[in-house]
Design a protein around this ligand. Structure first.
Ligand SMILES: [Zn+2]
Length: 222
């Protein structure tokens, strides 16, 4: 979950890495300084501390003053927060190290709000997982369809793999720039995790199935 500015416009609700990633409040002690960036914008820097463990945190809050017909309005926006806490989803133990690394890097970049980069890496994780299981030739669309036809992934999972991982990833790689929302990334992350579970939770069983279907996975028993 992304860090969130609380109503006092100073405290931040965020996951604390030293509270095992728990969602806590980083409260505002006295240390604060600000600079004026433009005539309407001020940058505020607050040194905060976790209410749970006392660990320090630093927020950058942007204060914008706008003139309206009703008078002046002031808005506050959390621009950055440190420490970053990366929340990891659990993956099956038999997921190969390079696949796990790709998935973790997607989570890492998403933890700083790089939703496009994170979603593109989820698409890459899906493609690499299918290739590792012997679905190696053709477009990603074809690989997903073949894995579903074999029963290596379920039909409903294949529909989500197309919609929420492949199409999103292709939009990012090949289409005009557009914003990707945190929710889109999260959906793609959840379904990538579930497909890794399909393929690796019971790897010996899946290997047996792949052998029956004439596939040659990279970890095939010799
Ligand atoms: Zn803490």
């Amino acid at each position: 979950m992304a860090a969130e500015l609380l109503q006092d416009n100073k405290s931040v609700r965020a996951n604390c890495p030293e509270c095992k990633g728990a969602l806590t409040t980083f409260e505002s002690p006295a240390t604060h300084f600000a600079r004026q960036r433009t005539h309407a914008i001020w940058d505020h820097y607050n040194l905060l501390k976790c209410a749970g463990c006392g660990r320090g945190g630093l927020s950058w809050v942007e204060q914008t003053k706008t003139s309206t017909t009703m008078g002046q309005a002031t808005t506050y926006k959390l621009k950055q927060f440190y420490p970053i806490s990366v929340e990891h989803l659990t993956l099956p133990k038999s997921v190969p190290a390079e696949l796990e690394s790709e998935f973790r890097e997607a989570e890492l970049v998403a933890s700083v709000g790089a939703w496009r980069a994170g979603s593109a890496l989820m698409r890459s994780t899906l493609e690499k997982a299918l290739k590792h299981s012997g679905y190696a030739k053709g477009t990603l669309a074809k690989l997903i369809d073949e894995a579903a036809a074999d029963g290596a992934i379920t039909a409903s999972r294949s529909a989500r793999a197309h919609e929420d991982i492949r199409v999103l990833g292709n939009d990012i790689l090949h289409d005009d720039w557009r914003e990707v929302s945190p929710n889109e990334f999260e959906t793609s992350r959840r379904y990538t995790q579930r497909i890794l579970e399909d393929l690796y939770d019971d790897r010996p069983g899946v290997l047996k199935l792949l052998a029956q279907k004439g596939r040659s996975p990279a970890d095939k028993a010799t």
